[in-house]
Design a protein around this ligand. Structure first.
Ligand code: AMP
Length: 535
């Protein structure tokens, strides 16, 4: 078979969007634009400015801000391949590769010298790089390197004293162990696609010294986030959030209440239906406040442990508050009997919570209290809130938010108050669509049906003029019979057809056909513009 024939049979691979990602297409994108335009308008009216942080950041930023123990960070983050841009790191990585290759090759036995030399180079290089701060400051990495050094030294001693006959076997064993330990050392923590943006906003606040600006600083963002979750309706691996953060200034209850008022105004403007606002206070991380509650909760959970599912049983140890999040049917009755956080928070937090509710009342914002609304991280405190909407099935939360006064400090900035929220834009759009508020297919104001080269030149000019005046115009690129052209105009949902033939060009009186009622009239260019503006 000739080469040409083989090539013909090979069908090129058809690509598909990666699982959990999707194309947003017209006309749906018009709805996305409407939501985003409304965001700009409403948020600006509350004094917020837009921030556009990058979509990838050092992995460590998210580990610290979101928490290494959370699902988002420990299981769902898209970590980018290590780049090893630093020379020392690259050299260490090559050394480790060379040793690993040697260990897996069947014929590594004669390489004692090679192993001893390269492993020493790796250990010294790693420790020097750690001191220089060019490798990831991994505490456990330091311990692992000590194991390698010890094992290596033991081998050197054994060989030198020649007191152990089977040292070649010992050699194999030592190499395997050392390589295993070295493999566990993180040279560079690298970068990750952002799973959320609060961490980035706080990083930017610190990096750009925003604490020097008038406080508080009010910022909002919108854009894609990435989490390796199991895709389902309303849950994607690339999804979109619209969020806002208020950083700096006091933690006055009015600040959080106004933030929530802005959210509800935004949803109302979009005519999002069936929204419910849940609020709660989770106190602050102190023994006489949330820590005391968590201890009590843990003790109570231990008593009912056997009746809980595996996830909740695990959470009793890792993060008892998260048990309250459970949606499992059979756990609901048990959870209902657990102690409530409101009874355990300190007096200051209670006063703050009461003031937040008063501030919401003053603004006419309706809410329901939900003592099970918690956030699992230490720096979250006091106010938490969540908004659910209709038509979303089990993934019905469209927005989550709360106060996080310790976060900026945790990221190396000055002590700074903070409160914010993130709206799931995909779910917001889904809910609008379910309520019949989706976008209509894109139509055209005017379809230009032209015939003849004379008319074509006029058609091009007419299209330019009409577009400049703000109308949406379709100009067919090749000549069509009038009948065919009008058919296309209707298919595209055009309101009018502008008919341009020799007669129209000669007389300067153009024919405008209303496609809804088939009425026709003759208008000159000026009159046409005026007519369309009023139509
Ligand atoms: P979180 O950052 O987890 O508090 O989420 C805030 C909001 O983002 C949620 O209320 C959801 O509306 C939305 N969200 C979170 N994860 C996803 C996802 N995988 N797909 C779509 N929306 C999401």
């Amino acid at each position: 078979m000739s080469e040409g024939a083989t090539k013909k049979e090979e069908k090129p691979r058809k690509f598909q969007a990666i699982r959990g990602t999707r194309d947003l297409l017209p006309p749906e994108t018009a709805l996305w634009n409407r939501v985003e335009q409304t965001t700009h308008e409403v948020f600006a009216s509350y004094g917020f400015g837009e921030i556009r942080p990058p979509i990838f950041e050092p992995t460590e930023l998210f580990v610290r801000a979101v928490g290494g123990e959370t699902d988002i960070v420990s299981k769902e983050m898209f970590i980018l391949a290590e780049q090893h841009e630093d020379r020392d790191v690259l050299a260490l990585s090559h050394l480790r590769d060379a040793l690993t290759l040697m260990a897996v090759s069947a014929d590594h036995k004669p390489s004692v010298d090679f192993f001893l030399e390269k492993s020493a180079e790796f250990c010294d290089g790693y420790q020097a790089a750690l001191k220089k701060g060019v490798v990831y400051a991994d505490e456990r990495g330091g311990i692992k390197i000590e194991y390698v050094k010890e094992a290596r030294q033991h081998l050197v001693d054994t060989i030198a004293q020649d007191r152990f006959e089977g040292w070649r076997d010992r050699f194999d064993e030592t190499v395997r162990l050392c390589i295993q330990y070295m493999g566990l050392i993180t040279l560079e923590q690298g970068n990750a696609l952002r799973p959320e943006a609060t961490a980035s906003v706080c990083r930017a606040y610190i990096e750009h010294n925003m604490q020097q600006l008038p406080q508080p600083v009010k910022l909002y963002y919108m854009g894609p986030m990435f989490r390796r979750e199991r895709p389902q309706k309303g849950r994607y691996r690339q999804f979109h959030q619209i969020g806002a953060e208020i950083l700096g200034g006091p933690d006055a209850p009015a600040i959080g209440a106004e933030l929530i008022e802005m959210l509800m105004t935004f949803f109302a403007k979009l005519e999002l239906e069936g929204t419910t606002l849940d609020i709660n206070s989770i106190g602050h991380a102190a023994d006489n406040c949330r820590r005391g509650y968590v201890a009590k909760l843990k003790a109570e959970l231990e008593k009912v442990k056997d009746k809980l599912g595996a996830d909740s049983q695990r959470r009793i140890e890792t993060n008892p508050l998260r048990v309250l999040d459970s949606k499992l049917e059979h756990e609901q009755a048990i959870i209902a009997t657990l102690p409530k956080i409101a009874d355990y928070i300190c007096d200051d937090c209670k006063t703050h919570y009461a003031a937040v509710k008063r501030e919401l009342d003053l603004r006419g914002v309706k809410y329901q209290e939900n003592w099970r609304l918690v956030r699992g991280l230490d720096y979250y405190m006091r106010t938490t809130f969540e908004i659910t909407a209709r038509g979303l099935g089990s993934q019905n939360a469209v927005c989550g938010g709360g106060r996080y006064d310790g976060l900026v400090e945790l990221l190396g900035g000055p002590p700074t108050k903070g409160i914010g929220f993130a709206i799931g834009e995909d779910r917001l759009i889904l809910s609008l669509q379910e309520a019949g508020k989706g976008a209509a297919p894109q139509s055209r104001d005017v379809y230009i049906a032209w015939m003849g080269q004379n008319a074509y030149a006029t058609a091009i000019r007419a299209a330019k003029t009409l577009r400049a005046a703000g109308f949406s115009v379709e100009l067919p690129p090749t000549e069509l019979k009038f009948g065919k052209a009008l058919e296309r105009a209707s298919k595209l949902g055009s309101r009018f057809a502008l008919i341009l033939g020799d007669n129209e060009v000669t007389s300067g009186e153009w024919t405008l056909k209303n496609l809804a009622n088939a009425e026709q009239q003759k208008l000159n260019e000026q009159a046409l513009l005026e007519y369309l503006r009023k139509a």
